[in-house]
Ligand binder design. Structure first.
Ligand SMILES: Cc1cc2nc3c(=O)[nH]c(=O)nc-3n(C[C@H](O)[C@H](O)[C@H](O)COP(=O)(O)OP(=O)(O)OC[C@H]3O[C@@H](n4cnc5c(N)ncnc54)[C@H](O)[C@@H]3O)c2cc1C
Length: 481
C-alpha cells in the first residue's frame, strides 16, 4: 500500500517542472488545451491537487484572485485557503465606516468586499463560485511540506499545490494574558469578527480607553467620539502618529481630537488591565501609578507579520516577514509572498521593506500574479503611499482625510492652515522632495503627490517656506517637476 495520500493523483510533478512560474506567451495555445483539460478534470476540485493556491483570504488575496480571473486562469485552477468566514474585503473599512454610530449608516459586508477599493465591482462569495474559484473558509493552513508541495489545514485537509502565494498579512500585537490582555471588553482589531465584537461593546460602553497613538488608535478614538463616548487615548510617545506626523502636525490633530471631547494621556506605559467583579475590564493601570476607568479597551499597538507555518520559506531578519525578490518569489521555486507579510526590495529607496498598507497589498498581488502567469519580469517599483480618514460620519463638524507619498526623511516644511488644508514637505539636504503629506486636498492636488514623491525634484526651499497657502506651495513644487 502506498504511503502517499496523493499516489492516485494525476499531478505529481514539482511546480518548477510541470507548472513553471512564468510561461512565455508563445506556449499560450498549447497551454490553453491543457488548461481546458485540467479545468474539466479539476473544476469541482475533487482531489487534493490545486494548480494555484493562495493562503490567506484578505485584501491581497482578493486582488490576486481578480488578476487570475483577468488572465483567464482562475476557473477550476485557483483555490484560496482562508482563516476568515467571509470572502476577501477591504480591511481598512473596519476602523472607518464600520465603526460609524449605528444610526449613521455604518458600512457592513457585502458593501466593502474587494475590489471596491479600486473602483471595481464587489466580489462576494458568489463571484468566486461563478469564476470557478474554490474558497475554503475558516480552515487556516496549519502546516506546509515544501518538499512534496502539500499544505495541511487545521481541519486536516491536505492540498497539493502547483504554485503557492502566501498572503497571510499581519496579526494585531496583543497584551499578554497575565496583564489582562484577554479580559472581556479588551479588543484588538484585525478582522470583521473583531470589528463586530467591538461594535457590540461600543453599544453598551460608557468609558472607552484606546491604547496606542498610531493610525488604528486615531481611527478608533475618532469613531468612539462619534458614539459620544467618554474616550481617552493613552500612548508612550510625545504625540500621536509618531512614525509619520511631525510634532507640530500632530499638535493640530490632537487639538481637533480634544475639540471632539477626546482626552490624551501621553508618555506613559501600561502596567496592566484589571477586571471588575463581573470579570470584564474595569481599569487601566499605568506605570506612573494612575488608574483610568474603562469598560471598553481597544489595543492598537502594532501588528506583526503572520509567518507561521511558513518560516521554512525564509524570513528577513531586519524587517521581518517572508523574504521575496522584486517579482515576489521566495527562495523556494513556485512559492510567492505578497501584501503585509512580504519583505521585498523597495527599489526607489534601495532597501528591503515590509509595507503594511492596502495600496501595496493590492499592487503586490497584481504584480505577483502577472509575473506568475505571463512573461512579465518588470521588477516591482513601489512608491510608499499611506492614507487615513477620520470623523467622516454624518454630523461630524470636521471630516479629515489625508494622504502621504514617499519617505518621511530629511527636514520638513509645513504649509497651510489646519482649518482649511495643510501640507508637509520632507526635503533632503539637496532640497529634493522626499515625502509629501496633504490633508483636505482636492483630487487634482492629491494626484500631484505621487508625481512629486516619485520624481523627487529639487525645489526652491526659501520659496516653499514662504508659501502662504497649500495651493501656492504645490504650485512651487510642481513647477520644479
Ligand atoms: C483595522 C485596520 C485598518 C486599516 N486601515 C488602513 C488604512 O486606512 N490605510 C491603509 O493603507 N491600510 C490600512 N490597513 C492595512 C491594510 O488593511 C493591510 O495592509 C492589508 O489588509 C494587507 O493585506 P494582506 O492581504 O496582506 O493581509 P490581510 O488583509 O490582513 O489578509 C490576511 C488574511 O490571511 C488570513 N490568514 C492568516 N493566517 C492564515 C493561515 N495560516 N491560513 C489561512 N489564512 C490565514 C487572515 O485571517 C486574513 O484574512 C488597515 C488594517 C487594519 C487591520
Amino acid at each position: 500500500m502506498s504511503t502517499s495520500p496523493f499516489s492516485s493523483c494525476a499531478f505529481q510533478q514539482r511546480a518548477s517542472s510541470r507548472w513553471p512560474s512564468r510561461r512565455p506567451p508563445s506556449t499560450a495555445t498549447s497551454r490553453r488545451s491543457l488548461v481546458v483539460a485540467a479545468a474539466a478534470a479539476a473544476s469541482n476540485f475533487a482531489n487534493e491537487n490545486r494548480e494555484y493556491v493562495i493562503v490567506g483570504g484578505g485584501n491581497a488575496a482578493g486582488y490576486a484572485a481578480r488578476t487570475f480571473v483577468e488572465h483567464g486562469m482562475a476557473d477550476g485552477r485557483l483555490c484560496i485557503v482562508s482563516k476568515e468566514a467571509v470572502a476577501p474585503y477591504e480591511r481598512p473599512a473596519l476602523t472607518k465606516g464600520y465603526l460609524f454610530p449605528l444610526d449613521k449608516k455604518p458600512s457592513r459586508l457585502p458593501g466593502f468586499h474587494t475590489c471596491v477599493g479600486a473602483g471595481d465591482e464587489r466580489h462576494t462569495s458568489e463571484w468566486y463560485k461563478e469564476h470557478g474559484i474554490e474558497v475554503l473558509y475558516e480552515d487556516p493552513v496549519a502546516a506546509i511540506d515544501t518538499q512534496n508541495q502539500i499544505l495541511t489545514t487545521s481541519s486536516g485537509n491536505h492540498l497539493k499545490y502547483g504554485s503557492l502565494i502566501i498572503s497571510t498579512g499581519c496579526a494585531a500585537v496583543r497584551f499578554p494574558e497575565n496583564i489582562g490582555g484577554n479580559l472581556p471588553g479588551v479588543h484588538y482589531i484585525r478582522d470583521v469578527a473583531d470589528a463586530d465584537s467591538l461594535v457590540s461593546s461600543l453599544e453598551k460602553a460608557k468609558k472607552v480607553v484606546v491604547i496606542g497613538g498610531g493610525y488604528i488608535g486615531m481611527e478608533v478614538a475618532a469613531a468612539a467620539a462619534g458614539w459620544n463616548l467618554d474616550t481617552t487615548i493613552i500612548f508612550p510617545d510625545d504625540h500621536i502618529m509618531p512614525r509619520l506626523f511631525t510634532p507640530s502636525l500632530a499638535r493640530r490633530y490632537e487639538e481637533l481630537y480634544q475639540k471632539n471631547g477626546i482626552k490624551f494621556i501621553k508618555g506613559v506605559l501600561i502596567d496592566k488591565l484589571e477586571g471588575g467583579t463581573d470579570g470584564r475590564v474595569a481599569t487601566v493601570l499605568l506605570r506612573n501609578g494612575s488608574i483610568i476607568e474603562a469598560d471598553t479597551v481597544i489595543v492598537g499597538i502594532g501588528a506583526k507579520p503572520v509567518v507561521s507555518p511558513f518560516e521554512a520559506v525564509g524570513l528577513n531578519k531586519k524587517v521581518g516577514g517572508i523574504q521575496v525578490d522584486s517579482l515576489f518569489r521566495t527562495s523556494i521555486p513556485g512559492i510567492f509572498a505578497i501584501g503585509d507579510v512580504a519583505a521585498f526590495p523597495l527599489k526607489i529607496y534601495d532597501r528591503m521593506a515590509r509595507v503594511e498598507h492596502v495600496d501595496h497589498a493590492r499592487k503586490s498581488a497584481q504584480h505577483c500574479v502577472r509575473t506568475l502567469l505571463t512573461a512579465h519580469t518588470q521588477p516591482y517599483d513601489y512608491l510608499p503611499f499611506f492614507y487615513s480618514r477620520v470623523f467622516e460620519y454624518e454630523g461630524s463638524s470636521r471630516k479629515i482625510w489625508w494622504q502621504f507619498y514617499g519617505d518621511n526623511v530629511g527636514d520638513t516644511i509645513e504649509v497651510g492652515d489646519f482649518d482649511l488644508k495643510v501640507a508637509t514637505f520632507w526635503l533632503n539636504s539637496e532640497s529634493r522632495v522626499k515625502g509629501i503629506f496633504l490633508e483636505s486636498g482636492s483630487p487634482e492636488e492629491f494626484a500631484l503627490l505621487p508625481k512629486l514623491a516619485k520624481s523627487q525634484p529639487v525645489v526652491d526651499r526659501a520659496k516653499l517656506q514662504g508659501a502662504s497657502s497649500v495651493e501656492e506651495a504645490l504650485e512651487i513644487a510642481s513647477s520644479s517637476l
